[in-house]
Design a protein around this ligand. Structure first.
Ligand code: SAM
Length: 243
């Protein structure tokens, strides 16, 4: 098994962006994943880090202890599997089978709880892919940006789904006067594409957003992505044992 068959909910362009950005995180900093599910993005973060400066990855998800907000499961059939024991088992198996387990510390907690006890190095990268309501995104980012290094980057998944509040929640935190001194919210790069043709208009776009600091040294990713993108098998393998 390798990362080519990683089951998950994040499209390839976002996974490749995570790989590139994780490679840039200095070795004495960390990459934090909020919302791990079955380990797809975990593997890509670990792959990127190991191909770069070998920053450690902390992977946060409440898994079986998570609670799903009322009505949230209407968004997608996958939501009801978030806290299934099979999901955590699949995550553990994926990390073991890819070889990523040596480079990742899983933390079974909510993002807010995990931030309270985090004693790892300064955070160079945050992937937010936890609950997507504005209040959840804001609480998670508020809890974690205090751990970030001076130069860091935040990747927000699912920013172009009008049913969700990811951008709104992030703006509540990153666009405030206090945080705007560090975070270049207005300079964020939105990668957006069409999806779900034929479904309701509010379900037809997907994307992710990268938020840099004002003095960022992180690579700017290529221009916004257009065309049909799906969560297909990746053309590149990433068995971490081979690294
Ligand atoms: C969209 S899925 C993540 C998909 C994953 N990144 C992947 O590569 O497929 C959202 C995940 O967030 C988790 N989650 C729910 N509440 C959370 C919280 N408060 N903090 C962190 N993660 C949470 C869920 O258990 C679920 O596994």
């Amino acid at each position: 098994m390798d990362q080519r068959i990683a089951v998950g909910l994040v499209e390839n362009p976002c996974c490749w962006a995570l790989e590139a950005l994780a490679a840039h995180v200095p070795g004495d900093q960390s990459a934090i994943e909020i919302g791990a599910y079955r380990g797809r993005t975990t593997g890509w973060l670990a792959l990127g880090a190991q191909g770069g400066n070998r920053a450690h990855v902390y992977s946060i998800d409440p898994w079986t202890s998570g609670s799903i907000p009322t009505g949230y499961a209407d968004l997608s059939p996958s939501v009801s599997t978030y806290n299934a024991s099979e999901t955590k088992a699949a995550y553990d198996a994926h990390l073991k089978e890819t070889g990523a387990a040596s480079f990742v510390t899983p933390i079974q907690a909510t993002a807010v709880e995990a931030a309270k006890t985090y004693d790892g190095p300064p955070v160079g990268l945050i992937l937010h892919d936890g609950l997507h309501r504005a209040q959840d995104v804001a609480a998670d980012l508020r809890a974690w940006i205090k751990h970030t290094a001076d130069d860091a980057v935040i990747v927000l998944h699912d920013t172009d789904d009008a049913r969700l509040g990811v951008s709104e929640g992030a703006a509540r935190v990153l666009a405030t006067k206090a945080n705007a001194e560090k975070w270049a919210w207005n300079g964020r790069v939105v990668h957006s594409w069409a999806k779900n043709a034929g479904k309701a208009p509010e379900q037809r776009r997907r994307g992710f957003t990268v938020v840099y600091t004002r003095a960022s040294s992180y690579p700017q990713l290529s221009a916004p992505i257009t065309g049909r993108i799906c969560n297909e098998v990746t053309p590149r393998g990433c068995n971490l044992r081979g690294l």
